[in-house]
Structure formats: structure tokens, C-alpha cells
Design a protein. Structure first.
Length: 201
């Protein structure tokens, strides 16, 4: 119990973060409180409590300089306006999403793929982490899940069990078969939930 209290104390300090641009104080306060609540629910979760330590690493910032969320493999940034569009389950999914990028060290491991095709690398990394979160909660009722993927997130069972590199190769082949374009209907669903700061890794 003492360790959890200590971890939470550090967490509150981290979420104080750095606030950029003209975010309203009320929006920042709300974002901070909701992210804190998401962290606590993850630490109490049977499926995801093992990631508690990861949540305490790096710096957490809130900024409108990014569309949604971002990690460089160490630090995490959130756009408070984006968080305001999510319910608590979706927000917790985003927190887990960023944590999983860090757990899998994707930002560091796949620098060479990013230089080859940034879009496909971002998509591949998201397919992996989204699947891990979704499949960890298989069999749970939606109402009892702590994390639900926001609309537009990347998930496809055909990539189940595949690595980021394997998914990258599959997407690259699909793109080449379509002469540099995605298949009809795939273009609308190829947007990652967040940004991956490979340059800042």
C-alpha cells in the first residue's frame, strides 16, 4: 500500500506537467483530473496493473500543438481539447495506448521503418498496441471494460499475433498492389489515434 501511495504521489507531480498555448484553466484542470483517474483505474485493473510503473516514467504535458496525443517513447503529451471529446473509457484507452508504445519501445526500435514510410510505421505500431489492449479485455462486457477504443482507431483481426515489422510489410505490399494508394475504403481508416515523435526519441 505504501508503494502505491508513493507512486500516486509521483504521478500527481508528473501530471502537473507543462501546459502550452492558451488552454483555459478549467479545461487543463479537467484534463489533469481525468488523466489521473485513468491512471488510477489502470493501476487497479487486473488486466493492466502491470503497466503501473510505465505510467510513472517520463513527463506528461498538455498542449494544443498536437491534434490528439503523442509520445517520443519516454514522455507523453495530450491535447486537452481532444481529451474533452472522449468519454472516460476512451480516454483510458488513449493512456494505455501511449503506455504500450513505450512498453514495446516502438519509437526506438522502428526508426528505420519510419524513415522508409512514416505513415505505414505509425499505422503498424497502432495496430499492435490497439490489439493488445482490446484482446486483453476479451470476454468482458463493454460496460465493465476500463478502456474502449475511440472511433477511428486501427484494429483488424487479420494482424493478430503479428509484429510491427510484419504488419508494416503487409501494409506496404497492399499499398504497392494498389500502385501507391490504399484499397478503396481503407484510406478512411488509416489514421492513427496519436502521433509518434520518432525525431524526439
Amino acid at each position: 500500500m505504501g508503494g502505491i501511495i508513493k507512486l500516486l504521489g509521483g504521478l500527481f507531480d508528473l501530471i502537473g506537467g507543462i501546459f502550452k498555448r492558451n488552454n483555459s484553466p478549467e479545461m487543463i484542470k479537467n484534463a489533469k483530473e481525468r488523466v489521473t483517474a485513468g491512471h488510477i483505474s489502470i493501476m487497479r485493473s487486473r488486466e493492466f496493473c502491470m503497466f503501473s510503473g510505465v505510467l510513472s516514467l517520463g513527463e506528461i504535458t498538455f498542449t494544443e500543438d498536437i491534434p490528439t496525443a503523442q509520445t517520443n517513447g519516454r514522455d507523453v503529451s495530450y491535447n486537452p481539447k481532444f481529451l474533452d471529446t472522449l468519454n472516460q473509457q476512451e480516454l483510458t484507452f488513449i493512456i494505455l495506448h501511449e503506455a504500450m508504445h513505450r512498453v514495446y519501445q516502438q519509437i526506438h526500435l522502428w526508426q528505420h521503418l519510419f524513415k522508409e514510410d512514416a505513415q505505414l510505421t505509425n499505422m503498424s505500431a497502432d495496430y499492435v498496441v490497439n490489439a493488445a489492449i482490446i484482446e486483453a479485455q476479451e470476454g468482458s462486457d463493454t460496460r465493465t471494460k476500463i478502456a474502449v477504443m475511440p472511433e477511428g482507431g486501427l484494429y483488424d483481426t487479420k494482424y493478430q499475433g503479428m509484429t510491427t515489422k510484419q504488419i508494416f510489410n503487409a501494409l506496404k505490399q497492399d499499398k504497392e498492389n494498389q500502385e501507391g494508394r490504399f484499397a478503396p475504403g481503407q484510406e478512411e481508416g488509416n489514421k492513427a489515434l496519436d502521433e509518434h515523435d520518432f525525431d524526439g526519441a
